[in-house]
Design a protein around this ligand. Structure first.
Ligand code: DQA
Length: 142
């Protein structure tokens, strides 16, 4: 299974950024643990602060990988372009948010992406990426 983990803006700051909301762990550290735990899942990781770079990645891998785990950060709440890209690609996308966006400001309650995603995992911290991976691995087994 070839799975792309795609992180959007400000998620490069995990570990330093608002740790009371996002925790103290870096994404690189978490990813190393995930790779050890799921050796058969070929995990590709890409992070960008640029909407166009995220779009390009969805286009280039969206027809050639088995699934995508996407945390689009704030673009979740603003980007029709990312929504269109998810709708247009073949790979199933699981939307992940580290924090429970529904307990936060009202502008975080709406996602342009959710209607086009296979599923959504919200509020379980970094563990949400593992839950998304399990969902994608389980889908492939069916
Ligand atoms: C986030 C939630 C978004 O509202 C926010 O803009 C982020 C992170 C999360 O993982 O909880 O950057 O996607």
């Amino acid at each position: 299974m070839n799975i792309l983990i795609l992180n959007g803006p400000n998620l490069n700051l995990l570990g330093k950024r608002e740790p009371h909301i996002y925790g103290h762990q870096t994404f690189e550290g978490y990813l190393a643990e995930l790779r050890l735990k799921y050796p058969s899942a070929d995990l590709e990781y890409f992070q960008s602060n640029h909407e166009g770079a995220l779009l390009d990645k969805l286009h280039s891998r969206g027809f050639s990988c088995d699934g995508i785990i996407l945390n689009a950060g704030a673009y979740t709440h603003t980007s029709v372009a990312l929504a269109d890209a998810i709708a247009g690609i073949a790979a199933p996308v699981v939307e992940v948010h580290i924090s429970n966006v529904h307990q936060r400001e009202a502008f975080r309650h709406h996602s342009y992406l959710s209607p086009h995603c296979a599923g959504i995992i919200v509020g379980f911290g970094l563990r949400g990426y593992e839950l998304a991976l399990q969902a994608l691995l389980g889908q492939a087994e069916r």
